[in-house]
Design a protein around this ligand. Structure first.
Ligand SMILES: [Zn+2]
Length: 123
């Protein structure tokens, strides 16, 4: 039979585990609220042919999946630093789907420029 002195560390461990689970759940809910996921539909691409802003060549349509979200920082603010976290990820750049959703994107292989649409995720 355990006395109160032995139970306390166990209770603290259980409380810590529950707190961690709660924080993880809150993070998943927060990510879902920031995402707008739409079904894959060829109509999404109609009228969306872009030229490379650098060389003018037709950009290739495609998809981009950014594992930890896209963290953008205005040039005047400087690059995202060591402590940049997913809380700063642009809306619709984090996918929590089992089959990950992706962002529509355009790529110029010559200039290696990537244009990303993060208005929504597509799955
Ligand atoms: Zn180009």
């Amino acid at each position: 039979m355990a006395d109160a002195g032995q139970l306390m560390p166990i209770l603290v461990s259980v409380a810590g585990g529950l707190l961690a689970l709660g924080l993880l759940f809150a993070l998943v809910v927060w990510i879902h609220k920031r995402n707008r996921a739409v079904p894959d539909d060829p109509a999404l691409w109609q009228g969306r042919d872009y030229g490379c802003p650098e060389c003018g060549a037709a950009m290739e349509q495609g998809w981009v999946m950014l594992g930890k979200g896209a963290i953008f920082s205005p040039r005047a603010r400087g690059r995202p630093g060591l402590f940049a976290h997913i809380g700063r990820a642009l809306p619709n750049t984090l996918s929590m789907h089992l089959r990950p959703a992706a962002n529509m994107a355009w790529h110029c292989p010559r200039c290696r420029l990537l244009l990303l649409d993060h208005d929504k995720l597509v799955h």
